[in-house]
Design a protein around this ligand. Sequence first.
Ligand SMILES: NC(=O)c1ccc[n+]([C@@H]2O[C@H](COP(=O)([O-])OP(=O)(O)OC[C@H]3O[C@@H](n4cnc5c(N)ncnc54)[C@H](O)[C@@H]3O)[C@@H](O)[C@H]2O)c1
Length: 261
Amino acid sequence: MKLNSDISAIVTGGASGLGEATARVLADRGVKVGLFDMNAGRGRKVAGEIGGVFAKVDVSSADSVDEGLDFVRAAIGQERIMINCAGIGGAMKTVSRKRDTGEIMAHDVTYYTRIININLIGSFICASKSAAGMMTLGPTAPDGERGVIISTASVAAQDGQVGQVAYSSSKGGILAMALPMARDLANEGIRVNTILPGFYETPIYEQMKPAVKESLNAHLQFPNRFGQPGEFGELAAFMCENVYINGEYIRTDAGARMPPR
Ligand SMILES: NC(=O)c1ccc[n+]([C@@H]2O[C@H](COP(=O)([O-])OP(=O)(O)OC[C@H]3O[C@@H](n4cnc5c(N)ncnc54)[C@H](O)[C@@H]3O)[C@@H](O)[C@H]2O)c1
């Protein structure tokens, strides 16, 4: 798909980090961009800076997504691109043993469900509802392409570490749904792909102690640094532009393969 001012896109999680960077890359190419995020202050600021629009949307709520889609489509037109970046992290073991008392505790189910709801179900809701809208548009030449959906998983979809059972479940689900979704939407000319980032310099890592960051650096092969969000945005744009990438995933991780801990 050629990226230009004829194209509208929605980026979820667009107020921060990878989503914000992706929104900026698309806007630089002339694309009209709508942002979905829970962080309204930051979302409005980014939207203002890139000439886009912002909707306060909780991606895990179908009603909230419907409202956001109505609002953004009225402002910039039906999107041909949906990029799912909204997500949360979190760490908890399947079963934990309290250090001081030795008490054994199963994983908090509410916590597990929250991560699945936002990361996995949120990505699914946005993808499905966006595809339904894309199907109302005519196909573009020369291949009859109507749209493209990209969701953000994580290397934890494949190399989940100790404590990542909930996060990895959510990201593994995102990875697994791309191929059947691409097959479901093939006749409509809508492509579906996934990006698996390693470690990117975003607010997710702001709280991290330098020693922990240093230990993560040890897993990076080349280049030996965290990724810059703009590098993720450029990859997302490339996956939008290249019509032959479909039902596919790309790891962007400086060659890192994560060990158990
Ligand atoms: N940064 C990394 O290194 C890295 C690595 C692997 C995967 N990821 C994934 O990339 C995505 C973006 O991460 P990031 O590093 O940019 O994080 P971030 O915290 O900077 O951005 C995430 C954004 O999602 C928004 N959000 C959270 N819950 C939401 C909800 N229910 N509805 C709408 N918006 C919501 C937040 O407000 C925030 O603006 C996440 O899915 C994350 O799991 C990031």
